[in-house]
Design a protein around this ligand. Structure first.
Ligand code: PMP
Length: 286
């Protein structure tokens, strides 16, 4: 079935859903986006995703032409129009059409579009057995530069690191920040478990404040697992008992090898399993 794309209020068949070549999103990566998941017919943590979209837009002085409630309804409308029950949604807002100059004040009206589809980020086998990652030499853009908390359409920093992962034949790469501390992977946040304690870089490390990351921290606390948001080095990754990644697309996936070192026993660890089960229960519940 051909997908229907929501474009500034209209549902358009995918083949006809086209972006203007003068759009600042195309010319300069000038825009913001969100990736959301639908479980059992409901969008998971919709309010948190929409809030982050509006915060990203505000940080970039991009005035969205819709209210949070209107975009919330548009998400539901797009999922329903595509007959989806377990879907993945990409919500994108660009600065809109302009001339060839970079001024953000020239474009008249932002372009907002919503793609609803399904997604499988990593092979199912990796969800059972874990996956290998590498450390990228590409440094994560610092929080004092273009804040990684802005989920913008410019993902070149992440794409450069992803290319390193592809070259190494692994699905993900962890990026260090400008100080040499662990930041995040190219599209996922990273956690380790050491002596039963869950650790993840803080927001000040220069990361996207992942919605899934927040959910996992809450689940861990609710389960009585000690948590810490702190600076981590590669040494901490190499000597961790467990490691896993989180993201809307990825959900929770164990990392069993980092830069050719086995993490713990090289299998999916008990805390990772426990949190994955709690996460799966939560998304079914909500
Ligand atoms: N970091 C980056 C760079 C991301 O693009 C994403 C989203 N794919 C995440 C972390 C995870 O964020 P969330 O859990 O909100 O999807």
């Amino acid at each position: 079935m051909e997908r229907l794309i929501w474009m500034n209020g209209q549902l358009v068949p995918a083949q006809q859903a086209k972006i203007d070549v003068w759009d600042h999103g195309v010319l300069y990566g000038d825009g913001v986006f969100e990736g959301l998941r639908q479980y059992h017919g409901r969008v998971f943590r919709k309010a948190a995703h929409l809030r982050r979209l509006f915060d990203s837009a505000r940080a970039l002085r991009l005035q969205l032409p819709y209210s949070l409630e209107q975009l919330s309804a548009a998400l539901d409308q797009t999922l329903a129009a595509n007959g989806l029950h377990e879907g993945y949604i990409r919500l994108v807002a660009t600065r809109g059409r302009s001339d060839l100059g970079i001024s953000p004040l020239n474009p008249s009206r932002p372009m907002v579009f919503i793609i609803a589809d399904t997604i499988q980020l990593y092979p199912q086998e990796m969800y059972h057995n874990g996956m290998a990652i590498i450390t990228a030499s590409t440094v994560r853009t610092g929080p004092h530069m273009l804040s990684p908390r802005i989920k913008s359409l410019n993902y070149l920093n992440n794409i450069m690191a992803k290319a390193e992962a592809c070259d190494a034949g692994v699905p993900e790469a962890v990026m260090l920040n400008h100080l040499g501390f662990v930041a995040e992977c190219t599209a996922d946040n990273i956690f380790i478990v050491r002596q039963g304690r869950l650790q993840t870089p803080g927001e000040e490390a220069g990361i996207l404040a992942g919605i899934t990351r927040g959910v996992v921290l809450d689940l861990a606390r609710a389960a009585g697992i000690a948590t810490a948001e702190c600076n981590l080095t590669r040494y901490d990754l190499y000597t961790a008992d467990e490691c896993f990644l989180t993201g809307t697309g990825a959900e929770i996936i164990a990392v069993t090898r980092i830069d050719q070192r086995l993490v713990g026993a090289g299998t999916v660890g008990p805390v990772t399993r426990q949190l994955t089960e709690a996460f799966q229960a939560l998304v079914r519940e909500e």
